[in-house]
Ligand binder design. Structure first.
Ligand code: AR6
Length: 170
């Protein structure tokens, strides 16, 4: 049985096999989790993202999809980059389905690599504007529905407010 855990903290510090990045389609970096992962993980991650863009994703990684790279200098082994939907750019129910797809696809990629432990941030709940509690409900629901064969799926919530939102809907 996969343990689902919630912690308050910084995703770049997690000792897990794979950490998930709340990226954008360009895969070339940004703010929030994405900025922190590239800053702390070092240039190897961006170099691999550039290669992926050139080889597979000329138009960018579509929303709801996921792809893995090295984790560079992070304690994790892999970074799984996923692109959450911008809250106001999509209508319900499409946007909820796209957000759920981020979790499903990230888990599929991580399991495919042989990961046993995976850490997620609250995808789309920062710069992309998703209300925290709704994002938490979709995140937890999607992981439960996927029923991955892992030891642990850890949600790493950056602040007390995000942690509380996940606790409430768990
Ligand atoms: N560890 C864990 N959670 C964090 C960290 C961290 N180090 N830093 C921020 N958060 P966001 P999005 C929380 O904005 O909404 C980037 O520019 C944050 O408080 O990182 O999917 C990308 O390139 C929030 O709860 O991701 C995209 O353009 C959650 O992580 C865009 O932002 C997600 O916030 C993606 O926006």
């Amino acid at each position: 049985m996969t343990q689902i855990t919630l912690v308050q903290g910084d995703i770049t510090e997690q000792r897990v096999d794979a950490v998930v990045n709340a990226a954008n389609s360009s895969l070339l970096g940004g703010g929030g989790v994405d900025g922190a992962i590239h800053r702390k993980g070092g240039p190897e991650i961006l170099a691999e993202c550039r290669r992926l863009r050139a080889s597979h994703y000329g138009k960018g990684l579509p929303t709801g999809r996921a792809v893995a790279t090295t984790a560079g200098r992070l304690p994790a082994r892999w970074v799984v980059h996923t692109v959450g939907p911008v809250y106001r750019a999509e209508d319900y129910p499409q946007r909820a389905e796209l957000l759920a797809s981020c979790y499903r696809e990230s888990l599929r990629v991580a399991v495919g690599l042989g990961a046993r432990t995976v850490a997620f941030p609250a995808v789309s709940a920062g710069i992309f504007g998703w209300p925290l509690e709704d994002a938490a409900r979709i995140a937890l629901g999607a992981v439960a529905a996927a029923g991955p064969d892992l030891d642990e799926v850890r949600f790493v919530l950056f602040d007390a407010e995000a942690y509380a939102a996940f606790e409430r809907v768990r």
